[in-house]
Ligand binder design. Structure first.
Ligand code: PMM
Length: 316
């Protein structure tokens, strides 16, 4: 069920060979992110947090030095570099596959030099005209998220005719522009940009119709973790929205649904529940596929073992 183009991404074979959705663990080196602001602002704390996420089952780590929450004030480039570079360098040195969450070409370039393998740009290359060249020259994976402006203006740009089709079309235009600028289409991953210029109601159709975005023929990453629309969904008397750390179970439920739809990766803060969820979905789909394969022509019995199933470390 995993999107077939995922295996073409320039990533280590230990990741591209996995026949399941990948889990991208979030390492926010910021004092003000909505979900975990300040918890891992010091480099040593951020590095230690990265280790914890790997131990919990993260396949990749996404290191960011600038908050993108609505209304956030931008940090300057020097400060962003100061925050992310030591963390990326230390985590990449352990063999972890590291992504840098940035909209700045210069930060992406320095992060790749420090060992990052993925550039995760919430602006899809729109914020910095130099980004496409850095991505093209490096050959790195590029996550192009749907975006309509920086945090200070994005809420004012949240008008859609049909949010699913509009996001698909705007991302298709980004793909054309990036490929036109020299990026290899096999470097690209698309992301619907949940919560970015999208009020609560607009996030659900995007989640429930990932196939529309997948119809563009590229792997899809989903970042639903702890977002405000979940906080509203889970509201209880006197608490609306519920705080970000109370949104992790709902996040894991969405990981399951995204994995079942063939998402390439999910970006999450609390890694363990999502790492478990993607393994459950993979096993579930293996069993369904093997039953279909063995029973379809003859109506015969189920096989005793799962042929070709990707068995990971844990005992079954
Ligand atoms: N969301 C946030 C930050 N970076 N990157 C991608 N590709 N997709 C997202 O949905 C996304 C992102 C905001 O969440 P945070 O402040 O908790 O990191």
């Amino acid at each position: 069920m995993l999107h077939p183009t995922s295996s073409r991404l320039p990533l280590p074979s230990s990741l591209t060979a996995l026949e399941r959705t990948l889990v991208l663990g979030v390492v926010n080196v910021t004092p003000d992110s909505f979900s975990d602001g300040g918890e891992w602002f010091e480099p040593d704390a951020a590095i230690a947090h990265g280790y914890e996420l790997l131990a919990d089952g993260a396949d990749l780590l996404d290191v960011g030095g600038e908050s993108t929450r609505p209304g956030a004030v931008r940090v300057d480039e020097t400060e962003e570099l100061r925050r992310v570079l030591p963390v990326i360098e230390a985590l990449a040195a352990t063999g972890a596959t590291v992504s840098v969450d940035t909209t700045r070409a210069r930060v992406a370039e320095r992060a790749l030099e420090a060992g990052a393998r993925v550039v995760n740009d919430v602006s899809g290359g729109l914020a910095d005209p130099a980004m496409a060249q850095v991505v093209a020259d490096s050959g790195a994976v590029f996550v192009a998220m749907h975006w309509r402006g920086h945090a200070d203006v994005m809420d004012a740009n949240a008008r859609y005719d049909d949010v699913v089709l509009d996001v698909r079309d705007e991302l298709a235009a980004r793909v054309d522009a990036l490929v036109g600028a020299g990026v290899d289409v096999r470097q690209l991953v698309l992301d619907p940009g949940l919560g970015f210029a999208k009020p609560g109601v607009d996030n659900w159709p995007l989640l429930a119709n990932l196939d529309v975005l997948q119809s563009l023929g590229l792997p899809v990453l989903v970042g639903a973790s702890r977002k405000r629309f979940l906080g509203h969904l889970l509201a209880r008397p006197g608490v609306d929205p519920v705080p970000p750390t109370e949104r992790d179970a709902a996040t894991a439920a969405l990981t399951t649904l995204c994995a079942a739809q063939g998402a390439w990766a999910v970006r999450v803060h609390d890694v363990r529940p999502s790492a478990d969820a993607v393994r459950v979905v993979a096993r579930w789909q293996d069993v369904r596929a093997s039953r279909a394969a063995f029973s379809a022509p003859t109506g015969g019995a189920l096989p005793g073992a799962l042929p070709g199933a990707q068995q990971e470390g844990r005992p079954s």
